[in-house]
Design a protein around this ligand. Structure first.
Ligand code: PBG
Length: 342
């Protein structure tokens, strides 16, 4: 050892060498955000020229179809190419079954037809769930009162409705349907319904791994879909279970899901990594309304740098394994990325 040239002895690692400049950091970055990986959620309301702010989500609006078209065209110009639609309907159109979800004239279908009619190069994804359409705000019709506890969503009765809702969206021009109701067997039933109706090309993005979460709070204001009683813990997942996520995701892949999604985002980085390492299908993450609201609120108070926190949170989701991200920050992030690239 004594005649070994000192210069060849292992040095302590100098990690900082590759952090010295932005160009060096960019050179060795393992992930890079790209607007093409971001999906912008839109809340659609009937009518014309409506642009109604959502109090708990600054910069997010309920939009009538004409306003949504404007939003989509502006976002496309900024590099955002995919959108997910949520329908918000007047209370008087809601009932216990959520049957307005099956109406070919509803606001989601109307907007899809506008997008297709204009030939916009947008990926149109639709949220497939009944909670925005049921009077009680749960994700499907309720089963008969159960002597042992509160009423719960009737899983198998909901499947048929979801399958018909999927066909309704596909017929109006959806590229992708995204079932979010956490019904067992939903993907198989929706796939069968789409295929039977001649929509074999319509893809399914399954909210396969959706934990019950307080972070959905602001969304329920935006979508006017808060449950009238109880909560969703009898159908959404329990955050204390990690292994079940793989079982849920595998079940959906085996039923024909083209993409699986994990939700909420930042509370589930471990889950994203588990699935990325064990599945071959594309993986999506939903940075949900509460995650957005937290960053916006802290930023508005001057408590953190909103733009940096936004980009950091999106990088974390991508690095954890998500190929693409649903985020209310989509347009803001696309603009920030463009500025950074300059
Ligand atoms: C519909 C649905 C919800 C979200 C997406 N689809 C609400 C819920 O499960 O209560 C939440 C999205 C968000 O918080 O941004 N079931």
């Amino acid at each position: 050892m004594s005649d070994f040239p000192r210069s060849l002895l292992p040095a302590f690692p100098r990690f900082r060498r590759l952090r010295r400049s932005a160009a060096l950091r960019d050179l060795v970055a393992e992930v890079r955000l790209d607007p093409a990986r971001l999906v912008l959620p839109l809340f659609l309301v009937p009518g014309r020229a409506r642009r109604h702010p959502v109090a708990s989500m600054p910069c997010v609006f309920q939009l009538s179809p004409d306003e949504a078209m404007r939003e989509i065209e502006e976002a496309l110009a900024e590099g955002i190419r995919a959108f997910i639609f949520f329908g918000v309907i007047p209370r008087e159109q809601k009932n216990d079954l959520g049957s307005a979800a099956l109406d070919p004239e509803n606001v989601v279908c109307e907007t899809l037809r506008l997008v297709r009619g204009k030939g916009l190069p947008a990926v149109a994804i639709t949220d497939l769930c009944l909670c925005e359409y049921t009077a009680h705000g749960h994700c499907g019709p309720l089963s008969a009162a159960d002597k042992d506890g509160p009423r719960n969503v009737d899983n198998d009765a909901t499947l048929e409705l979801l399958s018909r809702q999927a066909v309704n969206h596909a017929r109006a021009g959806a590229d992708v349907v995204a079932p979010s109701g956490m019904m067992d067997g939903m993907v198989a039933r929706i796939r069968a319904g789409l295929d039977a109706a001649g929509f074999a090309e319509t893809a399914i993005l399954s909210y396969a791994v959706k934990y019950a979460s307080a972070f959905y709070g602001p969304f329920r204001e935006a979508a006017e879909s808060a449950p009238a009683f109880g909560d969703r813990r009898a159908y959404q997942m329990d955050g204390r279970r990690r292994r079940e996520a793989l079982a849920e995701a595998l079940a959906d892949v085996n039923q024909g899901a083209d993409v699986v999604m994990v939700k909420p985002g930042m509370p589930c980085l471990d889950i994203l990594r588990d699935l990325r390492d064990r599945l071959e299908v594309p993986l999506a993450a939903y940075q949900v309304s509460g995650e957005y609201a937290m960053i916006k609120a802290a930023s508005a108070n001057g408590w953190l740098d909103g733009r940096a926190a936004m980009l950091e949170s999106l990088v974390a989701l991508h690095r954890a394994g998500a190929d693409f991200l649903l985020t209310y920050f989509a347009r803001e992030a696309a603009r920030a990325l463009r500025e950074e690239a300059r």
